[in-house]
Design a protein around this ligand. Sequence first.
Ligand code: LIP
Length: 273
Amino acid sequence: MTASPTPADLEKLAIDIAREAGALARRRREEGVHIAATKSALADIVTEADREVEALIRGRLAHERPDDGFFGEESGAEPGTSRVTWVVDPIDGTVNYAYGIPSYAVSVAAVEGEPDPTRWRALAGAVYAPALGELFHASLGGGAWLRAGDAEPRRLAVAAHAPDAGALLATGFGYDPATHAGDLARVERVMPLARDIRRIGSAALDLSYVAAGRLDGYFERGLNPWDHAAGALIVEEAGGRVGGLPGGRPGTALTIAAGAELFGRLDEAIDGR
Ligand code: LIP
């Protein structure tokens, strides 16, 4: 009976697979991207590369961790017999990817328990942006790190508090135009806290940038579990806080991430308190 994997073991595998998957995504981008279908709305596209990259990740995990569960954006969920489930977004920032904007990432997370973001415990995560040459990763209790090029891994820490000029915040807007009015109203409620807003187009990178202190905070409605599974752990291991509706976990209704001081103010502003 092999011993249960440690979070560090799972992190190492997540890094290795994210790198291989990211290299494939980048090759396919350079060869030319083909839209395969639309999903929840006309703007919600899936490319052939999304499907091919998720198949690569699924195949690697089936070989390395055959008893684990899988929960991927493009091929759905398959329960395992171990305590671990892999939550995967093969290309987060799909629209950026299709347009040739380099802000896209492979997001690979290992969670313990049900593949339900309100119940799982994240154990390890890796977010790899191949066109930008940056890999963000974390394991439970092991800290959050950035690997870039040949440099030594750099330990990440969230911004302790927003500057007097105001917080640099990121957000996003859903694929369904019917949700845009509500999203814009949320931005209006938050704007008094902000020096400026960024719309990067990849939740996994938004969350990784909060962990790195490149953003003071991030908030978005409409995320899927695979969008935030890895990035949320990276923020928490960088000393930040991640949540959703008041007192809740991150989820489709709302995801908020920031250092503790700003998190409370963001939570109140978004909720209109
Ligand atoms: C995307 C998220 C982004 C959000 C987009 C989309 P996808 O995920 O990462 O933050 O604003 O609407 O949901 O679809 O590229 O995997």
